[in-house]
Design a protein around this ligand. Structure first.
Ligand SMILES: C[S@@+](CC[C@H](N)C(=O)[O-])C[C@H]1O[C@@H](n2cnc3c(N)ncnc32)[C@H](O)[C@@H]1O
Length: 199
């Protein structure tokens, strides 16, 4: 575990979009054995755990070391029995803020030639101020042929973020194509967005 520091604990509960993302990965069957996957803002890490059980190597990131230690890692271990030993070879856990984790992955682990096939993220775009950091991390760690699946609410009332607003940021930035793959209309509207590098 790469330790940075501790601030907020949004990762200590399972948010609705994490379950949407697991269901989407299951019905769309997009995760393949041997893929390299990064879950950003993982919290309990359910989408990443699903990918791990499908045979992927999964790297989990959360802002808080404590979330990884008390929730993500125990969850991964509980879900990987009786093949617990696979966790040490196919999982890694990174705690820290997105800019710092991006620097660690690109400059220290030097993943230039071994970037991620898929980046998963759920309920991480509610804060507009942090979105450019998330986008930058995605750009620097996704394989040229890779795909991002982002699950989020259409609006985060009082916070300013949401899927339409994030789409606009991505369009202005111009690095990725972005499209809506699924809309879940129960309760507060939730969506799954797909992003790929522009051809
Ligand atoms: C609302 S929680 C979602 C947790 C989980 N993905 C889920 O859907 O249940 C938001 C997550 O994003 C992470 N996060 C938010 N802003 C961040 C930032 N600037 N840098 C790193 N992680 C951040 C938090 O640590 C937290 O785990």
């Amino acid at each position: 575990v790469f330790k940075f520091h501790f601030t907020f604990v949004g990762g200590l509960k399972v948010w609705e979009c994490a379950l949407d993302l697991v269901e989407f990965l299951s019905t769309e069957n997009v995760v393949e054995n041997g893929m390299k996957i990064l879950e950003l803002g993982c919290g309990a890490g359910l989408p990443g755990i699903f990918a791990f059980l499908k045979g992927a190597t999964v790297h989990f990131q959360d802002f808080n070391y404590e979330v990884l230690d008390l929730l993500t890692i125990p969850n991964v271990l509980m879900n990987s029995q009786p093949v617990e030993s696979m966790v040490s070879t196919r999982c890694r856990f990174f705690a820290g803020e997105w800019t710092a984790v991006g620097k660690f992955l690109t400059e220290i682990l030097d993943i230039k030639n071994d970037r991620y096939d898929i980046i998963l993220t759920s309920e991480t775009i509610y804060n507009i101020d942090n979105q450019p950091k998330l986008l930058h991390l995605m750009k620097s760690t996704l394989k040229p042929t890779g795909t991002i699946y982002l699950a989020a609410k259409t609006h985060y009332f009082g916070l300013g973020g949401g899927t339409r607003q994030f789409e606009e940021l991505v369009r202005i930035d111009g690095t990725f194509d972005i499209k809506v793959r699924q809309v879940v209309s129960k309760g507060l509207q939730r969506e799954i967005l797909q992003m790929n590098f522009r051809a």
